[in-house]
Design a binder for this molecule. Structure first.
Ligand SMILES: [Zn+2]
Length: 205
């Protein structure tokens, strides 16, 4: 069974109709949320709300996985492993990020957005919507589907929570302890690509 079929099978099993990731950019922003793969759909379990720090979104912050994500690696298994590691090894509430973007530009739900994220570095992520893109962008380039998904997701969040594009940044803008989101992805923050594309996406929503 191919990877896509495997995911489609898993999601259909959960009553989830899978849209082609490449089609997302043509959807109005209001519809984007319904295309995000929920925690239940990828086989994750909800976090304990009692331990959560509640937050209101004021920033949108980009991360990378920081490890190689080879073609053919199963993103659903990656997410399940990440959730287990986050809780078991790190003793965090959940996956540290609110959204994860795979190699096909598909967007998965991680930690609930109303709960503040976690980090290995010195900044306080309270108020930040945390987006992780799989792969190590110190070593590889992001592909167009990933860039498009980042723009779509940032625009959806900016619209919903009235976050100005100036509050779109990368992990290393808040921490001296990391190169995250990696030079080849950070470039698109540095040169204004994401802020500009998000502004355009907001205009045609
Ligand atoms: Zn990071």
């Amino acid at each position: 069974m191919s990877l896509k079929h495997h995911i489609a099978h898993a999601l259909l099993g959960a009553g989830f109709l899978l849209a082609p990731a490449a089609a997302l950019a043509s959807h109005p922003l209001a519809d984007l949320e319904s295309h995000i793969v929920t925690v239940a759909a990828w086989g994750g379990t909800p976090a304990d709300p009692v331990r959560a720090r509640k937050q209101t979104i004021t920033h949108i912050t980009l991360h990378h996985q920081g490890e190689p994500f080879p073609a053919g690696k199963d993103p659903v298994q990656y997410l399940r492993n990440l959730q287990t590691w986050s809780r078991g090894t790190k003793h965090w509430l959940d996956i540290p990020y609110h959204y994860i973007i795979d190699l096909d530009g598909r967007i998965y739900e991680g930690r609930k957005l109303e709960f503040a994220g976690d980090t290995n570095t010195e900044y306080d992520p309270l108020g930040h919507a945390l987006i992780e893109v799989v792969g190590n962008f110190e070593a590889v380039q992001p592909n167009q589907q990933q860039l498009d998904a980042v723009v779509d997701l940032m625009a959806m969040l900016a619209a919903k929570y009235q976050v100005p594009v100036e509050k779109i940044a990368g992990h290393k803008d808040y921490s001296t302890q990391t190169v995250c989101p990696g030079a080849n992805l950070y470039r698109y923050l540095q040169n204004g690509y994401f802020r500009e594309q998000v502004s355009l996406r907001l205009q045609r929503r």
